[in-house]
Design a protein around this ligand. Structure first.
Ligand SMILES: C[S@@+](CC[C@H](N)C(=O)[O-])C[C@H]1O[C@@H](n2cnc3c(N)ncnc32)[C@H](O)[C@@H]1O
Length: 450
């Protein structure tokens, strides 16, 4: 592809993302950007791997900096159309000079149409405003805090309550690319043997600091193509997520419910710590997600897991009241803790989603409480750093259910075989990108009084 054709494809992909992920009209069925991008490239098989990578990098660059690019465009009175976003990206992110940006829109077959006079006027104004502000970088002293931190305004109160003076540091860490964490599958291997198998295939890893099962690759690499992966020796799982499975203390022989199992990320880890003994039920409301667990469970050699798809009017939970030793609620949440991995999520989630999710978490926690046997443990977890979805949710539950008590984290950690001190905030597990180099996860262990 010519450079002009690549830019034209990037503009088309930006337009697809706008329509399906970000625009108000895309609500309430906003799609994840990577799903839209996969579909986009699948429909354009003539775009080869190298071109795809370049187009993708350009588009993700714009998505990552979208709040700031929108601010710059608004400063010169422009609306963020895909064409202007692409042009602003060339100018402010890729550092092209104005004439080069204009030349990147030559028109003709397979190239973006030349900027029209109003677009060109806006771009010239943008270049002038940027030059006036020093001409380098994306930050500007007049930017509001939310744009400066690259965070939507609805998360600021919650994240400030969470991090206080450290908010800036955490916001910066949320902009850094995430490492790739793997979990050694103890049903088939040990952490050391999995590391050796990966090293033999050219993938050097380091053991993770807190998870006894974790291996870290410093940068994303196509690990799913390795024999170690296809043979089920490893799974991709952030260390923070591994810690939640660890904290659940799922021992051999227990009866365990993974209530929001999705595609089984934590089910797999729970089954491994149960050594395939006892019974684990992976539940979800999404058939597609639950179906995604089947192949993973098979690859991992898990044979003590069953699946249950919740349906309207389902009596599954009622019939199993008080029967589970462990219940994990890996609650649907805003996912603020994973924003470094999903830069589009901050653009497609809003305060209405937060309100809806908080209500859903409340409801799921209540039905989870019914399932736990006296003396059993309920682990409530999210990949959000917002107190409303985390400790406030837990405190409200404890207010409703005096027959449950919060197990202090140090105690829960030791009981689960954790070594050293866990990443904590008070009596809860809390990991964050800046402090722990993991995604942001929250977990609390609640024990039903015997
Ligand atoms: C954070 S994700 C789970 C991720 C999964 N546990 C893992 O480790 O890969 C939350 C899941 O909750 C599910 N969910 C949403 N509402 C639910 C409900 N009322 N009951 C059970 N699961 C629900 C979603 O479909 C989603 O798969």
């Amino acid at each position: 592809m010519t450079p002009a054709a690549r830019l034209a494809a990037a503009i088309d992909l930006l337009a697809a993302l706008e329509a399906q992920c970000f625009a108000a009209s895309a609500a309430p069925r906003r799609r994840p950007a990577d799903a839209v991008a996969t579909e986009f490239f699948r429909a354009r098989r003539y775009i080869g791997g190298g071109d795809r990578r370049e187009i993708g990098e350009r588009v993700w660059g714009v998505v990552r900096q979208r709040l700031r690019l929108d601010w710059w465009l608004a400063r010169v009175g422009a609306r963020p159309s895909p064409r202007l976003l692409a042009a602003a990206g060339l100018l402010l992110l890729e550092g092209l000079a104005l004439p080069e940006v204009l030349r990147a829109f030559p028109g003709g077959q397979y190239a973006a149409e030349p900027l029209n006079p109003p677009e060109e006027r806006l771009l010239r104004a943008l270049a002038a405003a940027h030059a006036e502000a020093g001409g380098s970088g994306l930050l500007h002293p007049a930017m509001p805090e939310t744009v400066r931190l690259n965070l939507p305004d609805w998360v600021l109160p919650g994240l400030r309550a969470r991090f206080g003076d450290r908010l800036e540091e955490e916001a910066a860490a949320m902009e850094q690319p995430a490492p790739l964490d793997l979990r050694a599958n103890l049903l088939k291997t040990t952490r050391e043997a999995a590391a050796a198998a990966l090293a033999a295939e050219g993938f050097e890893t380091l053991p993770t600091r807190w998870s006894p099962w974790g291996l870290r690759l410093p940068a994303r690499r196509p690990v799913t193509a390795t024999t170690a992966f296809t043979e089920g020796l490893i799974e991709v799982q952030d260390e923070g997520s591994q810690l939640i499975a660890l904290l659940a203390d799922a021992r051999p022989g227990l009866r365990v419910a993974d209530l929001c199992a999705g595609a089984g990320g934590k089910t797999l880890a729970l089954a491994a710590s149960m050594r395939n003994k006892g019974r684990i039920t992976a539940c979800d409301v999404s058939a597609v997600r639950l179906e995604g667990a089947v192949r993973r469970l098979r690859r991992a050699g898990v044979d003590n897991a069953e699946r249950h798809l919740f349906a309207a009017g389902d009596r599954w939970a009622k019939r199993r009241a008080g029967q589970f030793d462990r219940v994990l609620v890996d609650a649907p949440c805003t996912g603020t803790g994973t924003w470094r991995r999903n830069p589009d999520a901050r653009l497609r989630t809003g305060s209405a989603d937060l309100r809806e999710l908080v209500a859903k978490q409340h409801e799921i926690l209540d039905s989870a409480g019914e399932l736990v046997r006296p003396g059993g443990k309920l682990v409530y977890a999210t990949c959000s750093l917002l107190p409303e979805e985390d400790e406030e949710q837990v405190n409200a539950f404890l207010g409703r259910r005096p027959d449950f008590a919060l197990l202090p984290l140090a105690e829960a950690w030791r009981a689960a075989g954790g070594e050293g001190a866990p990443p904590a905030e008070g009596d809860h597990l809390l990991t964050s990108p800046a402090r722990h180099g993991t995604d942001g996860f929250f977990a609390a262990v609640l024990q039903r009084k015997a």
